[in-house]
Design a protein around this ligand. Sequence first.
Ligand code: SF4
Length: 464
Amino acid sequence: MQEQDTYYLNEICTQNALYTQQTGRKKKCLTHTFGCQMNERDSEILFGFLAQMGYEKTDIEAEADLVLFNTCCIREKAESKVLSHLGELKKLKQKNPDMIIGVCGCMMQQKGMADMIRSSAPYVDLIFGTHNLHHFPKYLYDVYQGKGRQIEVLDKEEGVQEGLPSYREYPFKALVNIVYGCNNFCTYCIVPYVRGRERSRKQADIVQEVKQLVADGVVEITLLGQNVNSYGLDLQDGTTFAGLLQELDQIEGLRRIRYMTSHPKDLTEELVKTIAESSKVVDHFHLPVQSGSSRVLDLMNRRYTKEHYLHLIDMIRKYMPDAAISTDIIVGFPGETEEDFLETIDLVQKVKFDSAFTFVYSKRTGTPAARMEDPTSLEEKKERLQRLNDALSDISRDINDKLQDTVVEVLVEGPSKTNEAMLSGRTTTNKTVIFAGEPSLIGQIVSVKITEAQTWILKGALAE
Ligand code: SF4
């Protein structure tokens, strides 16, 4: 953390302590996080700053002294959600003019977006982007000093920032950034434009962070990067993702290592072998294919073919026959024909994915795909999506049925979202298991016998 940021953080902390002394209440803050795990991790850092400044977390907007929107721009829907939510906050700010409202994250890095919010939402006090998140204490300090609205979005990344504070949502599992940005420029994706080029953290810094997390009680980590497989290449000192996994595998007390996202073009045999030989890296590959048509993959600039992807699946099955494989698929990419779509269905049938995130193509202004001819109607795209989802759920059900009566290891994550009386956890293959048990088991790895296999979840009972 930079010295000047520490200075502003301490200044606000002192002011907030004084405020508490005078009013008998602590200032409260609320962070709305949109988008992926990268953004979740950024919000942990933002709240880490806020906690050190003496803020308390609240879920109630009306009692918040500070509301931050950490935005996403992957889909237009997420953008419109933020804009309409901001409109609602305007009314709250009229009642409580001291409330501070901030907007940050990927959406602010998009051309013209910060200016749009600047002019259309004059009640927003803070606007900053992903590249300068670590200057948040300074911006907030300047607002408190009466310097007016603070708006700063940098065009270029400022390198890797270490030592930022963090508020971890769970005591037993943690997200760990390993590489920021992306060099791939898939034609449908806005990320490289808003998150900048790849910047890897030093291996020693990551290892140190994970050791500290484990000392604090964490048993499962998820390593984060837009493309974890190219981790280390920019450091040009021989650092690789496989090497990092080998090092992390040695950490005593750490039980599970997850990672995301893995780009097929950079998945090597060396890496698959490393994962197979590791005792802690989970037996789950999330390998986004996006399309089964090599023609569409070329239009997407994914830099692999259907055949290469199938070769990777064979390689995974060779070293880890029981590994679960999941994916992401975009249906209705501009120019996708029925024949192209049938190639996707064919690939899905060949790979037999455990699960998949499927989407109808969503146009992102500013990307090359947004300028491509797109003659297929939305109705037809939705119909293709339905056919794809039907195929995927049949396969998933078949795979899950085979788990009936087996005993699996589950990291208990908390109460089930659909039934608070039950516990929910995940297997190493990333399958959700629901079972009865005491809340004291949360955070532990337990053995569960599968009693009922469903398409997307498993139900079970604690094994004797
Ligand atoms: S790899 Fe492609 S899809 Fe993933 S973040 Fe980079 S450009 Fe976007």
